[in-house]
Design a protein around this ligand. Structure first.
Ligand SMILES: Cc1cc2nc3c(=O)[nH]c(=O)nc-3n(C[C@H](O)[C@H](O)[C@H](O)COP(=O)(O)OP(=O)(O)OC[C@H]3O[C@@H](n4cnc5c(N)ncnc54)[C@H](O)[C@@H]3O)c2cc1C
Length: 493
Protein backbone atom coordinates (compact mmCIF):
# COMPACT_ATOMS: atom_id res chain seq x y z
CA UNK A 1 0.00 0.00 0.00
CA UNK A 2 1.39 3.40 -0.98
CA UNK A 3 0.82 5.99 1.70
CA UNK A 4 -0.08 9.59 1.00
CA UNK A 5 1.75 12.62 2.32
CA UNK A 6 -1.09 13.35 4.72
CA UNK A 7 -0.89 9.83 6.12
CA UNK A 8 2.84 10.15 6.53
CA UNK A 9 2.57 13.47 8.39
CA UNK A 10 -0.03 11.90 10.65
CA UNK A 11 2.38 9.05 11.40
CA UNK A 12 5.01 11.56 12.60
CA UNK A 13 2.70 12.93 15.33
CA UNK A 14 3.57 10.01 17.57
CA UNK A 15 5.06 11.65 20.66
CA UNK A 16 8.68 11.03 19.68
CA UNK A 17 11.21 12.63 22.02
CA UNK A 18 13.19 14.96 19.79
CA UNK A 19 15.33 17.74 21.23
CA UNK A 20 16.94 20.90 19.91
CA UNK A 21 19.40 21.66 22.67
CA UNK A 22 17.22 21.81 25.79
CA UNK A 23 13.97 22.28 23.88
CA UNK A 24 11.67 19.28 23.50
CA UNK A 25 9.85 19.42 20.17
CA UNK A 26 6.19 18.47 20.39
CA UNK A 27 5.33 18.02 16.76
CA UNK A 28 7.88 17.98 13.94
CA UNK A 29 5.17 18.63 11.35
CA UNK A 30 4.39 22.08 12.79
CA UNK A 31 7.60 23.10 14.62
CA UNK A 32 9.39 26.02 12.86
CA UNK A 33 12.66 24.06 12.82
CA UNK A 34 11.25 21.06 10.96
CA UNK A 35 7.90 21.81 9.31
CA UNK A 36 9.13 22.66 5.81
CA UNK A 37 11.30 19.56 5.53
CA UNK A 38 8.42 17.48 6.92
CA UNK A 39 6.25 18.96 4.16
CA UNK A 40 8.92 18.01 1.61
CA UNK A 41 8.83 14.40 2.79
CA UNK A 42 5.03 14.43 2.64
CA UNK A 43 5.14 15.85 -0.89
CA UNK A 44 7.56 13.09 -1.83
CA UNK A 45 5.08 10.48 -0.60
CA UNK A 46 2.33 12.19 -2.61
CA UNK A 47 4.51 12.23 -5.73
CA UNK A 48 5.23 8.52 -5.30
CA UNK A 49 1.53 7.69 -5.01
CA UNK A 50 0.49 9.97 -7.88
CA UNK A 51 -0.77 7.92 -10.88
CA UNK A 52 1.40 10.13 -13.11
CA UNK A 53 4.55 8.73 -11.43
CA UNK A 54 3.34 5.40 -10.18
CA UNK A 55 4.74 3.28 -13.01
CA UNK A 56 8.23 4.51 -12.14
CA UNK A 57 7.96 4.78 -8.37
CA UNK A 58 6.10 1.58 -7.51
CA UNK A 59 5.52 -2.07 -8.47
CA UNK A 60 3.05 -4.84 -7.67
CA UNK A 61 3.80 -7.89 -5.58
CA UNK A 62 1.84 -10.20 -3.26
CA UNK A 63 -1.44 -8.54 -4.23
CA UNK A 64 -0.35 -5.01 -3.31
CA UNK A 65 1.36 -1.95 -4.79
CA UNK A 66 4.63 -1.04 -3.13
CA UNK A 67 7.38 1.55 -3.42
CA UNK A 68 9.83 0.51 -6.12
CA UNK A 69 12.77 0.37 -3.71
CA UNK A 70 11.30 -2.72 -2.09
CA UNK A 71 11.63 -4.62 -5.38
CA UNK A 72 13.94 -7.63 -5.03
CA UNK A 73 15.61 -7.64 -8.43
CA UNK A 74 15.46 -10.78 -10.55
CA UNK A 75 16.63 -9.30 -13.84
CA UNK A 76 18.51 -6.45 -15.44
CA UNK A 77 15.14 -4.79 -16.09
CA UNK A 78 14.33 -4.89 -12.39
CA UNK A 79 17.65 -3.19 -11.60
CA UNK A 80 16.90 -0.57 -14.22
CA UNK A 81 13.44 -0.02 -12.76
CA UNK A 82 14.94 0.47 -9.30
CA UNK A 83 17.40 2.99 -10.69
CA UNK A 84 14.66 4.97 -12.44
CA UNK A 85 12.64 4.98 -9.20
CA UNK A 86 15.62 6.28 -7.19
CA UNK A 87 16.19 8.89 -9.85
CA UNK A 88 12.59 10.14 -9.71
CA UNK A 89 12.79 10.39 -5.92
CA UNK A 90 16.24 12.03 -5.91
CA UNK A 91 15.23 14.57 -8.56
CA UNK A 92 12.36 15.58 -6.29
CA UNK A 93 14.85 17.06 -3.79
CA UNK A 94 17.73 17.55 -6.27
CA UNK A 95 19.64 14.88 -4.37
CA UNK A 96 19.61 16.97 -1.20
CA UNK A 97 17.84 14.35 0.90
CA UNK A 98 20.57 11.74 1.35
CA UNK A 99 18.52 9.45 3.55
CA UNK A 100 15.30 9.73 1.56
CA UNK A 101 12.89 6.82 2.20
CA UNK A 102 14.57 4.73 -0.53
CA UNK A 103 18.01 4.62 1.15
CA UNK A 104 17.67 2.34 4.17
CA UNK A 105 14.76 0.49 2.53
CA UNK A 106 17.26 -0.53 -0.14
CA UNK A 107 19.61 -1.90 2.55
CA UNK A 108 16.76 -3.97 3.98
CA UNK A 109 15.60 -5.14 0.56
CA UNK A 110 19.13 -6.17 -0.44
CA UNK A 111 19.39 -8.17 2.78
CA UNK A 112 16.03 -9.80 2.11
CA UNK A 113 17.47 -11.13 -1.16
CA UNK A 114 19.97 -13.33 0.66
CA UNK A 115 18.45 -13.95 4.08
CA UNK A 116 20.36 -17.21 4.51
CA UNK A 117 23.37 -15.07 5.48
CA UNK A 118 21.53 -14.30 8.71
CA UNK A 119 22.60 -17.58 10.18
CA UNK A 120 21.39 -19.02 13.49
CA UNK A 121 22.05 -19.01 16.39
CA UNK A 122 23.10 -15.32 16.37
CA UNK A 123 20.85 -14.09 13.58
CA UNK A 124 17.29 -14.59 12.52
CA UNK A 125 16.39 -14.57 8.82
CA UNK A 126 12.64 -14.98 9.49
CA UNK A 127 12.62 -11.82 11.57
CA UNK A 128 14.41 -9.96 8.79
CA UNK A 129 11.96 -11.14 6.14
CA UNK A 130 8.98 -10.28 8.33
CA UNK A 131 10.42 -6.81 8.93
CA UNK A 132 11.05 -6.35 5.21
CA UNK A 133 7.38 -7.15 4.54
CA UNK A 134 6.23 -4.89 7.38
CA UNK A 135 8.22 -1.93 6.01
CA UNK A 136 7.14 -2.66 2.43
CA UNK A 137 3.45 -3.22 3.15
CA UNK A 138 3.14 -0.08 5.30
CA UNK A 139 5.37 2.04 3.04
CA UNK A 140 7.49 2.97 6.06
CA UNK A 141 10.27 5.51 6.14
CA UNK A 142 13.19 3.78 7.84
CA UNK A 143 16.50 5.50 8.67
CA UNK A 144 19.55 4.08 10.39
CA UNK A 145 22.19 4.62 13.05
CA UNK A 146 24.95 2.14 12.37
CA UNK A 147 28.11 3.81 13.72
CA UNK A 148 29.33 3.97 17.34
CA UNK A 149 29.71 7.48 18.76
CA UNK A 150 32.99 9.09 17.86
CA UNK A 151 35.80 8.72 20.41
CA UNK A 152 33.76 6.19 22.43
CA UNK A 153 35.31 3.23 20.71
CA UNK A 154 37.88 2.62 23.43
CA UNK A 155 36.19 1.10 26.51
CA UNK A 156 39.27 1.51 28.79
CA UNK A 157 38.67 5.21 29.45
CA UNK A 158 35.13 4.58 30.70
CA UNK A 159 36.00 1.46 32.67
CA UNK A 160 38.79 3.29 34.52
CA UNK A 161 36.29 5.93 35.63
CA UNK A 162 33.50 3.47 36.32
CA UNK A 163 31.21 5.19 33.80
CA UNK A 164 28.81 3.10 31.71
CA UNK A 165 30.06 2.66 28.16
CA UNK A 166 28.34 5.25 25.95
CA UNK A 167 28.22 2.91 22.96
CA UNK A 168 24.84 1.32 22.33
CA UNK A 169 24.72 -2.27 23.54
CA UNK A 170 22.48 -4.95 24.97
CA UNK A 171 22.26 -4.58 28.75
CA UNK A 172 19.76 -7.38 29.43
CA UNK A 173 17.65 -9.97 27.72
CA UNK A 174 14.74 -12.18 28.65
CA UNK A 175 12.13 -14.35 26.95
CA UNK A 176 10.40 -11.38 25.36
CA UNK A 177 13.43 -9.58 23.92
CA UNK A 178 16.53 -7.51 24.62
CA UNK A 179 17.01 -4.22 26.45
CA UNK A 180 19.42 -1.75 24.80
CA UNK A 181 21.10 1.36 26.21
CA UNK A 182 23.69 3.81 24.95
CA UNK A 183 24.39 6.13 22.04
CA UNK A 184 24.64 5.62 18.33
CA UNK A 185 25.43 8.05 15.53
CA UNK A 186 23.95 9.55 13.41
CA UNK A 187 20.36 9.05 12.34
CA UNK A 188 19.91 11.40 9.40
CA UNK A 189 16.21 11.83 8.62
CA UNK A 190 15.05 10.44 11.98
CA UNK A 191 12.90 13.51 12.59
CA UNK A 192 10.72 12.52 9.61
CA UNK A 193 10.98 8.74 9.70
CA UNK A 194 8.91 5.99 11.27
CA UNK A 195 11.57 3.50 12.25
CA UNK A 196 15.28 3.40 13.04
CA UNK A 197 17.47 0.48 12.06
CA UNK A 198 20.28 0.01 14.55
CA UNK A 199 23.37 -1.93 13.53
CA UNK A 200 27.10 -1.92 12.82
CA UNK A 201 28.51 -1.19 9.37
CA UNK A 202 31.97 -0.63 10.84
CA UNK A 203 33.68 -3.83 12.00
CA UNK A 204 33.56 -4.51 15.74
CA UNK A 205 36.22 -6.33 17.73
CA UNK A 206 35.26 -10.03 18.14
CA UNK A 207 34.71 -9.59 21.88
CA UNK A 208 32.21 -6.74 21.43
CA UNK A 209 29.33 -9.17 21.63
CA UNK A 210 26.94 -6.87 23.48
CA UNK A 211 27.48 -4.09 20.94
CA UNK A 212 26.79 -6.59 18.14
CA UNK A 213 23.09 -5.91 18.09
CA UNK A 214 21.12 -5.32 14.91
CA UNK A 215 17.49 -4.43 15.47
CA UNK A 216 14.76 -1.96 14.56
CA UNK A 217 12.84 0.39 16.84
CA UNK A 218 10.06 2.90 16.17
CA UNK A 219 11.02 6.58 16.39
CA UNK A 220 8.71 6.97 19.38
CA UNK A 221 10.09 3.97 21.30
CA UNK A 222 9.87 4.54 25.08
CA UNK A 223 13.38 5.40 26.30
CA UNK A 224 14.55 6.83 22.95
CA UNK A 225 15.74 10.42 22.68
CA UNK A 226 16.72 12.02 19.39
CA UNK A 227 19.19 14.88 19.90
CA UNK A 228 19.11 17.01 16.77
CA UNK A 229 22.01 19.09 15.55
CA UNK A 230 21.16 22.75 14.98
CA UNK A 231 18.38 22.73 12.35
CA UNK A 232 18.86 25.14 9.46
CA UNK A 233 15.25 26.13 8.77
CA UNK A 234 14.97 28.68 11.60
CA UNK A 235 18.06 30.52 10.30
CA UNK A 236 16.45 31.22 6.93
CA UNK A 237 15.31 34.83 6.52
CA UNK A 238 12.93 33.55 3.82
CA UNK A 239 12.62 30.89 1.16
CA UNK A 240 13.96 33.44 -1.33
CA UNK A 241 17.11 33.98 0.73
CA UNK A 242 17.92 30.33 1.58
CA UNK A 243 15.86 28.22 -0.80
CA UNK A 244 17.59 24.90 -0.09
CA UNK A 245 17.95 25.13 3.69
CA UNK A 246 14.33 26.29 3.80
CA UNK A 247 12.83 22.98 2.65
CA UNK A 248 15.56 20.37 2.26
CA UNK A 249 17.17 20.10 5.71
CA UNK A 250 16.81 16.37 6.31
CA UNK A 251 18.29 16.78 9.84
CA UNK A 252 20.77 14.56 11.73
CA UNK A 253 20.13 13.18 15.21
CA UNK A 254 22.20 11.38 17.79
CA UNK A 255 20.37 8.41 19.28
CA UNK A 256 20.28 8.22 23.05
CA UNK A 257 18.76 4.93 24.15
CA UNK A 258 17.81 4.47 27.77
CA UNK A 259 16.66 0.92 28.55
CA UNK A 260 14.70 0.41 25.35
CA UNK A 261 12.88 -2.89 25.15
CA UNK A 262 13.20 -4.52 21.73
CA UNK A 263 11.00 -7.60 21.18
CA UNK A 264 12.78 -10.61 19.70
CA UNK A 265 10.88 -10.30 16.40
CA UNK A 266 12.67 -7.00 15.78
CA UNK A 267 16.13 -8.42 16.58
CA UNK A 268 18.05 -9.55 13.50
CA UNK A 269 21.57 -10.16 14.85
CA UNK A 270 22.65 -10.49 18.45
CA UNK A 271 25.98 -11.47 20.00
CA UNK A 272 28.15 -12.04 16.92
CA UNK A 273 30.45 -9.11 16.12
CA UNK A 274 31.56 -10.39 12.73
CA UNK A 275 28.09 -11.31 11.55
CA UNK A 276 26.64 -7.96 12.63
CA UNK A 277 28.77 -6.35 9.92
CA UNK A 278 28.83 -9.20 7.37
CA UNK A 279 25.08 -9.09 6.81
CA UNK A 280 25.58 -5.89 4.79
CA UNK A 281 28.36 -7.09 2.53
CA UNK A 282 27.56 -10.78 2.15
CA UNK A 283 24.12 -9.81 0.89
CA UNK A 284 23.30 -7.11 -1.70
CA UNK A 285 22.33 -4.80 1.21
CA UNK A 286 25.32 -2.44 1.13
CA UNK A 287 25.38 -2.40 -2.65
CA UNK A 288 21.67 -1.66 -3.04
CA UNK A 289 21.78 1.10 -0.41
CA UNK A 290 24.82 2.76 -1.89
CA UNK A 291 23.61 2.41 -5.46
CA UNK A 292 20.77 4.66 -4.30
CA UNK A 293 23.43 7.09 -3.01
CA UNK A 294 25.14 7.10 -6.42
CA UNK A 295 21.85 7.86 -8.18
CA UNK A 296 21.05 10.61 -5.67
CA UNK A 297 24.48 12.16 -6.24
CA UNK A 298 23.77 12.17 -9.95
CA UNK A 299 20.67 14.35 -9.32
CA UNK A 300 22.78 16.71 -7.25
CA UNK A 301 25.37 16.93 -10.02
CA UNK A 302 22.63 17.93 -12.44
CA UNK A 303 21.64 20.82 -10.18
CA UNK A 304 25.31 21.79 -9.87
CA UNK A 305 25.85 21.82 -13.64
CA UNK A 306 22.73 23.96 -14.09
CA UNK A 307 23.90 26.38 -11.42
CA UNK A 308 27.37 26.67 -12.94
CA UNK A 309 25.86 27.44 -16.33
CA UNK A 310 23.39 30.01 -15.00
CA UNK A 311 25.98 31.73 -12.80
CA UNK A 312 28.48 31.95 -15.66
CA UNK A 313 25.74 33.52 -17.77
CA UNK A 314 24.75 35.91 -14.98
CA UNK A 315 28.30 37.20 -14.56
CA UNK A 316 28.66 37.51 -18.33
CA UNK A 317 31.67 35.18 -18.32
CA UNK A 318 30.02 32.31 -20.14
CA UNK A 319 31.42 33.26 -23.54
CA UNK A 320 35.01 33.52 -22.31
CA UNK A 321 36.84 30.48 -23.79
CA UNK A 322 38.44 29.55 -20.45
CA UNK A 323 35.05 29.65 -18.70
CA UNK A 324 33.43 27.56 -21.42
CA UNK A 325 36.17 25.03 -20.86
CA UNK A 326 35.31 25.00 -17.15
CA UNK A 327 31.65 24.42 -18.00
CA UNK A 328 32.64 21.60 -20.34
CA UNK A 329 34.63 19.99 -17.53
CA UNK A 330 31.71 20.26 -15.10
CA UNK A 331 29.33 18.78 -17.64
CA UNK A 332 31.79 15.92 -18.16
CA UNK A 333 31.67 15.19 -14.42
CA UNK A 334 27.89 14.83 -14.58
CA UNK A 335 28.25 12.50 -17.55
CA UNK A 336 30.80 10.47 -15.57
CA UNK A 337 28.42 9.72 -12.72
CA UNK A 338 25.65 9.01 -15.26
CA UNK A 339 27.96 6.47 -16.90
CA UNK A 340 28.96 4.95 -13.56
CA UNK A 341 25.33 4.48 -12.52
CA UNK A 342 24.33 2.94 -15.84
CA UNK A 343 27.48 0.80 -15.90
CA UNK A 344 26.41 -0.86 -12.65
CA UNK A 345 23.30 -2.04 -14.47
CA UNK A 346 24.89 -2.95 -17.81
CA UNK A 347 27.55 -5.04 -16.09
CA UNK A 348 25.12 -6.42 -13.49
CA UNK A 349 25.93 -9.58 -11.54
CA UNK A 350 23.61 -12.22 -12.97
CA UNK A 351 24.88 -15.00 -10.69
CA UNK A 352 24.92 -13.21 -7.38
CA UNK A 353 23.40 -13.29 -4.78
CA UNK A 354 21.69 -16.45 -6.10
CA UNK A 355 18.16 -17.66 -5.29
CA UNK A 356 17.12 -16.19 -8.66
CA UNK A 357 18.13 -12.65 -7.67
CA UNK A 358 20.66 -10.36 -9.35
CA UNK A 359 22.75 -7.42 -8.21
CA UNK A 360 24.24 -4.19 -9.49
CA UNK A 361 27.94 -4.55 -10.30
CA UNK A 362 29.45 -4.18 -6.86
CA UNK A 363 32.94 -3.09 -7.92
CA UNK A 364 31.51 -0.38 -10.14
CA UNK A 365 29.22 0.75 -7.35
CA UNK A 366 32.22 1.08 -4.99
CA UNK A 367 34.20 2.79 -7.76
CA UNK A 368 31.43 5.35 -8.06
CA UNK A 369 31.18 5.73 -4.29
CA UNK A 370 34.91 6.46 -4.02
CA UNK A 371 34.67 8.97 -6.88
CA UNK A 372 31.63 10.69 -5.38
CA UNK A 373 32.93 10.97 -1.83
CA UNK A 374 36.34 12.23 -2.89
CA UNK A 375 35.28 14.79 -5.46
CA UNK A 376 32.21 16.62 -4.18
CA UNK A 377 34.26 19.43 -2.69
CA UNK A 378 36.09 19.94 -5.98
CA UNK A 379 32.82 20.12 -7.91
CA UNK A 380 31.31 22.60 -5.48
CA UNK A 381 34.50 24.63 -5.70
CA UNK A 382 34.01 24.98 -9.47
CA UNK A 383 30.73 26.76 -8.74
CA UNK A 384 32.39 28.84 -6.01
CA UNK A 385 35.04 29.92 -8.51
CA UNK A 386 32.46 30.90 -11.11
CA UNK A 387 30.50 32.97 -8.57
CA UNK A 388 33.35 35.33 -7.77
CA UNK A 389 32.20 37.82 -5.14
CA UNK A 390 28.73 38.11 -6.68
CA UNK A 391 26.81 36.85 -3.68
CA UNK A 392 28.34 39.45 -1.38
CA UNK A 393 27.16 42.25 -3.63
CA UNK A 394 23.62 41.29 -2.71
CA UNK A 395 21.61 42.89 0.10
CA UNK A 396 21.43 40.87 3.31
CA UNK A 397 17.97 39.68 2.41
CA UNK A 398 14.98 40.43 0.25
CA UNK A 399 13.37 42.72 2.84
CA UNK A 400 15.27 45.45 0.97
CA UNK A 401 12.20 45.62 -1.28
CA UNK A 402 9.98 46.77 1.60
CA UNK A 403 11.51 50.24 1.48
CA UNK A 404 10.49 52.01 -1.76
CA UNK A 405 13.72 54.03 -1.95
CA UNK A 406 16.01 51.08 -1.32
CA UNK A 407 13.94 48.94 -3.68
CA UNK A 408 14.29 51.49 -6.47
CA UNK A 409 18.05 51.73 -6.02
CA UNK A 410 18.39 47.95 -5.84
CA UNK A 411 16.36 47.37 -8.97
CA UNK A 412 18.19 50.11 -10.84
CA UNK A 413 21.80 49.44 -9.94
CA UNK A 414 21.86 45.70 -9.41
CA UNK A 415 20.42 44.85 -12.80
CA UNK A 416 22.83 43.66 -15.47
CA UNK A 417 22.49 43.05 -19.23
CA UNK A 418 21.73 39.42 -18.33
CA UNK A 419 19.31 39.68 -15.40
CA UNK A 420 17.02 42.06 -13.57
CA UNK A 421 18.16 42.68 -9.99
CA UNK A 422 15.68 40.34 -8.27
CA UNK A 423 16.38 37.39 -10.60
CA UNK A 424 20.09 37.91 -10.14
CA UNK A 425 19.79 37.97 -6.36
CA UNK A 426 17.56 34.89 -6.42
CA UNK A 427 20.12 32.95 -8.45
CA UNK A 428 23.10 33.96 -6.30
CA UNK A 429 21.26 33.15 -3.07
CA UNK A 430 20.39 29.71 -4.43
CA UNK A 431 23.97 29.08 -5.52
CA UNK A 432 25.25 30.21 -2.11
CA UNK A 433 23.04 27.65 -0.40
CA UNK A 434 24.89 25.03 -2.45
CA UNK A 435 28.37 26.48 -1.86
CA UNK A 436 28.76 28.52 1.27
CA UNK A 437 25.81 28.51 3.66
CA UNK A 438 25.69 26.34 6.76
CA UNK A 439 23.40 24.03 4.82
CA UNK A 440 26.03 23.80 2.08
CA UNK A 441 28.77 23.08 4.65
CA UNK A 442 26.76 20.22 6.12
CA UNK A 443 26.38 18.78 2.62
CA UNK A 444 30.12 18.86 2.06
CA UNK A 445 30.56 16.92 5.30
CA UNK A 446 27.77 14.56 4.34
CA UNK A 447 29.19 13.71 0.93
CA UNK A 448 32.56 12.95 2.51
CA UNK A 449 31.31 10.74 5.33
CA UNK A 450 27.87 9.31 4.63
CA UNK A 451 29.28 5.96 3.57
CA UNK A 452 32.00 5.96 6.24
CA UNK A 453 35.46 7.53 6.25
CA UNK A 454 37.47 7.19 3.04
CA UNK A 455 39.53 4.24 4.27
CA UNK A 456 36.29 2.33 4.92
CA UNK A 457 35.04 2.98 1.38
CA UNK A 458 38.38 1.85 -0.06
CA UNK A 459 38.31 -1.30 2.07
CA UNK A 460 35.03 -2.21 0.39
CA UNK A 461 36.62 -1.66 -3.00
CA UNK A 462 39.64 -3.76 -1.98
CA UNK A 463 37.41 -6.60 -0.77
CA UNK A 464 35.44 -6.82 -4.01
CA UNK A 465 38.50 -6.79 -6.27
CA UNK A 466 39.64 -9.98 -8.00
CA UNK A 467 43.33 -9.51 -7.21
CA UNK A 468 44.20 -12.90 -8.70
CA UNK A 469 42.96 -11.73 -12.08
CA UNK A 470 44.92 -8.48 -11.90
CA UNK A 471 48.06 -10.26 -10.76
CA UNK A 472 47.66 -12.79 -13.58
CA UNK A 473 47.78 -10.01 -16.18
CA UNK A 474 51.22 -9.04 -14.93
CA UNK A 475 52.35 -12.68 -14.50
CA UNK A 476 51.23 -13.58 -18.04
CA UNK A 477 52.97 -10.55 -19.47
CA UNK A 478 56.20 -11.35 -17.62
CA UNK A 479 55.98 -15.01 -18.68
CA UNK A 480 56.45 -13.97 -22.30
CA UNK A 481 60.13 -13.09 -21.81
CA UNK A 482 62.99 -14.03 -19.49
CA UNK A 483 66.39 -12.84 -18.43
CA UNK A 484 68.07 -15.60 -20.47
CA UNK A 485 66.78 -14.17 -23.75
CA UNK A 486 67.78 -10.68 -22.68
CA UNK A 487 71.33 -11.78 -21.75
CA UNK A 488 71.73 -13.60 -25.09
CA UNK A 489 70.61 -10.52 -26.99
CA UNK A 490 72.90 -8.23 -24.99
CA UNK A 491 75.89 -10.58 -25.63
CA UNK A 492 75.17 -10.61 -29.39
CA UNK A 493 75.20 -6.81 -29.45
C1 LIG B 1 26.13 14.73 7.73
C2 LIG B 1 26.34 13.31 8.18
C3 LIG B 1 25.26 12.44 8.14
C4 LIG B 1 25.42 11.13 8.59
N1 LIG B 1 24.35 10.28 8.57
C5 LIG B 1 24.46 9.05 9.08
C6 LIG B 1 23.34 8.16 9.13
O1 LIG B 1 22.26 8.46 8.62
N2 LIG B 1 23.50 6.98 9.77
C7 LIG B 1 24.70 6.60 10.30
O2 LIG B 1 24.78 5.50 10.87
N3 LIG B 1 25.79 7.40 10.24
C8 LIG B 1 25.69 8.60 9.65
N4 LIG B 1 26.79 9.42 9.61
C9 LIG B 1 27.99 8.98 10.30
C10 LIG B 1 29.02 8.48 9.36
O3 LIG B 1 28.76 7.14 9.06
C11 LIG B 1 30.36 8.66 10.07
O4 LIG B 1 30.61 10.04 10.13
C12 LIG B 1 31.46 7.97 9.33
O5 LIG B 1 31.32 6.58 9.44
C13 LIG B 1 32.84 8.35 9.89
O6 LIG B 1 32.89 8.09 11.25
P1 LIG B 1 33.26 9.25 12.29
O7 LIG B 1 32.45 10.44 11.95
O8 LIG B 1 33.12 8.67 13.63
O9 LIG B 1 34.75 9.62 11.97
P2 LIG B 1 36.06 8.88 12.51
O10 LIG B 1 35.97 7.43 12.26
O11 LIG B 1 36.33 9.33 13.89
O12 LIG B 1 37.12 9.48 11.54
C14 LIG B 1 37.57 10.84 11.60
C15 LIG B 1 38.76 11.00 10.70
O13 LIG B 1 39.84 10.17 11.13
C16 LIG B 1 40.24 9.28 10.09
N5 LIG B 1 40.49 7.95 10.65
C17 LIG B 1 39.92 7.40 11.75
N6 LIG B 1 40.35 6.15 11.93
C18 LIG B 1 41.22 5.89 10.93
C19 LIG B 1 41.99 4.76 10.57
N7 LIG B 1 41.97 3.64 11.27
N8 LIG B 1 42.76 4.84 9.44
C20 LIG B 1 42.80 5.98 8.71
N9 LIG B 1 42.09 7.09 9.03
C21 LIG B 1 41.31 7.05 10.10
C22 LIG B 1 39.04 9.21 9.15
O14 LIG B 1 39.43 8.93 7.82
C23 LIG B 1 38.45 10.59 9.27
O15 LIG B 1 39.10 11.46 8.38
C24 LIG B 1 26.67 10.70 9.10
C25 LIG B 1 27.75 11.59 9.11
C26 LIG B 1 27.59 12.87 8.64
C27 LIG B 1 28.78 13.77 8.65
Amino acid sequence: MLRTGKEHLQSLRDGRAIYIGGERVDDVTSHPAFRNAAATVAALYDMKADPAHRDVTSYEEDGGRHSIYFLRAKSRDDLQQRMHGHRRIADFTHGLFGRSPDHVASFITGMAMKPDELKPPHANADNLLAYYRYARDNDLYVVYAVVPPQAARNPDFYQRQNIPLPTLRVVREDDSGVVISGMKMLATGAAFANEIWIGNVIPLAPDQKNEAITCAIPCNAPGLQLWSRQPFEPGCASEFDSPLAYRYDETDCMLICNEIKVPWERVFVHGDALLSRDIYVKTPSHCFGNHQSNVRYWSKMRLLVGLCSKIAHATGADQVPAVRETLGRISAHEAQIAGMVNGQINAFEANWPGNGYVCFNRRMMYGALEWCTQNYQTFVDELRELMGGGVFQMPANISVLRDPGLARDFQTYWQTPQNDAITRMKLFKLAWDMVGSEFAGRHQQYEKFYAGASFIVRNHSYRETDWVAFNKIVDDLMAGYDHGGALGKLAAE
